[in-house]
Design a protein around this ligand. Sequence first.
Ligand code: PGH
Ligand code: CA
Ligand code: ZN
Length: 306
Amino acid sequence: MLVTNKYLQTEAQKGQYAVGAFNTSNIEITQAIIEAHEEKNAPVIIATSTSAIKYCGIEVLSSVVRKMAEKASIPVSLHLDHGTDYDLIIDCVRNGWTSIMIDGSHASLEENIHLTSEIVKVCHGVGISVEAELGRLGGIEDNISVDEKDARLTDTEEAVRFVKETQCDTLAIAIGTSHGAYKFKGESKLAFDRLEEIKSRIDVPLVLHGASSVIPEVLEKANKYGANLGAAKGVPVEDIKKAISLGITKVNIDTDLRLAFTAGVRQILTEKPEVFDPRKIIGAGRDDIKDVVKAKIDVLGCANKA
Ligand code: PGH
Ligand code: CA
Ligand code: ZN
């Protein structure tokens, strides 16, 4: 069943758990995400970046995710991750996305408010929910490098005004995470006090981007089979749990699936050099992604919430 992020996150807010937003860019990743959630009876957000849509073709990606979602025993949202291009957003609206993220986080506050309000008008007219972003994450964001010094936490007063004026359904905030596999040089350090402050002032459900944990066992396995991912470091599971306890209801995960896929594919290619059937190779990656997604569901607390 296809639903919106607003619906899933409102339910999550009531139940004090979070829904995962997992990025996909092909059939196998989508299968792994949906199968894991069906087995755990958990709701899910399938996230598609601009580059994933370009990689697959918008109609093909829409068909794959929507068809699997319609057949699934759980609620699924098809979500545009970090939408920045008006034409692409309209294309997603026309092609059956149920949720749109408008990322105006790189613009000034005034511009972000203007941009987000426009998208909210379009999307609300057709029953699509809108996630907006305020504040900046460091690291790589959909192939755009955000300078570390530009990374900036969400300002609470700005968030209050932003939500009121834009009427966005959910809000992504910056509390010290970043995209990619190299999030922290030393210890992880999230601004939980800022999250608490924002949560106490606004009612819309909150989103945490850059929430991959760079799971040590997965990293070890990838490296064992020849990967070179030296100082990769993510957000510890305990920090994710704490963020959820303080009001985060959507947790964005892409890097952890990429790492799992890499580990699985490297293992089969190393251990079974006689294999050359793409289904066996990619299928091994799919199996490893599915295991990681199932573990995530336990961290997020969304099992049996479908
Ligand atoms: C994310 C994913 N997508 O929008 O925020 O972040 O790189 O931590 O998986 P990660
Ligand atoms: Ca952004
Ligand atoms: Zn993100």
